[in-house]
Design a protein around this ligand. Sequence first.
Ligand SMILES: [Zn+2]
Length: 462
Amino acid sequence: MRRLNIALILSLSLLSVASAFSASLPGVSSNEIILNFPESATFQATITSDVEITSVVLEYGNEQQTCGEVIAKAFPQFTPGKTVNVEWTWEMRQSGSLPPGAQLWWRWRIIDANGGETVTETKTATWLDDIHNWRSMDNGDYLRLHWYEGDPTFASDLANAAYNGLQFNETNSGLKADAPIDIYIYASTDDLKEAILYEPSWTGGQAFPDQNIVILGISTTDLDWGRDAMVHELTHVLVGHLTFSCLGDVPTWLNEGLAVYSEGELDQGSQRQLEDAIRDDTLLTIRSLSSGFSEVSDKAYLSYSESYSVTKFLIETYGQDKMTSLLVSLRDGLTIDVALQQTYGFGVDNLEDAWRRAIGAQPRPVPAQPTAQPTPTFVPTIVPVSGEALPIQSTPGPIPTSSFSTPTSEMPVRGGPPLSLTLILLALCCFFILFIGMLVLGFIVRNQNLRKSKNDQQSSSS
Ligand SMILES: [Zn+2]
């Protein structure tokens, strides 16, 4: 489901160019983009016309699914004349980082002194570094794997895992790919970090459903982890596509549950943790997993395992058709309670009751206020793999222009309330209390001294 805007842009361009034919058509030479990955992209052009050029506007963006079409515009500085050089730099630190492999597009809108307007043809470029020797491999119609380290066997192993992941999702969860997905394999997490601004902590992978991109840091010695992580992130792209709309939202437990489910069975560590939580009656409620996971790593791992368990329960008890209906209802803007009710005949609480019964857990704790909403928590993005603690991942910051992308599936985690700040505040409080204490003490001592000296004066005068 690639956007139609390129077609729209092209037809707009043709219209504008056609309308300008009656006037003298400006010529554009050296119309290019210079990538300074991952910092900036500079657009440059030299425009020549018979009539003085008075206005040049750069229209640009990146190809992605958006809610409505918003075109970013920039107004490069130039001296009006018959030949002008224009240049404008897109600073990614200001707009928000784009994922490697994003497709950039741009065109120039030129107005001359007679009011004639021309729009140049739209050009595109791939936002990617040139320090790695990228190679590409297709697998089926929907997968393009890009990698630079490791032999073709390494790449085809991952490409096959990705292919199997797509098949699994289609068969078991009803999630289908509808456009080619580009997977960029960095040779390490460090390499991956360098490709993204804002220095987030990474699990080693992230999905960008709006752009059909998955990026991962997989070393040649880390294939087992890599296969699972890739399928996990690919599933987020599929979920993002099926549920894309400007209305709906998929609860975290369902999005992550589908992603972990696509990896296959839970790893032993996660399975054990889940069983412990069932036995000790320390399961988290499904509602508390709706808008983010805890940033405490134990809780985060349990959140993933529980999400997996609930999703597996839904799919394996009621079938994948119903799962697809549920996701479509969410896309159409229904709340999770209403979407569940419409699809399965029960809401979140009754789902939890049924799921707890099915896995042999204690009944759901009934809150004092039944309608209380869970406090939104930060969303960690741990890919639960092989029970080993992984760093928590975060997304780049908010992106101001709506034509730019936000990675939707791998989730932001803030660094947590810093311990140092708490300690400083505590120390300030102690200091303040001490200070007040000393003031009071000083006041009392002074009063006593005054009284004493008064008494002394009285006794000496008497
Ligand atoms: Zn995930």
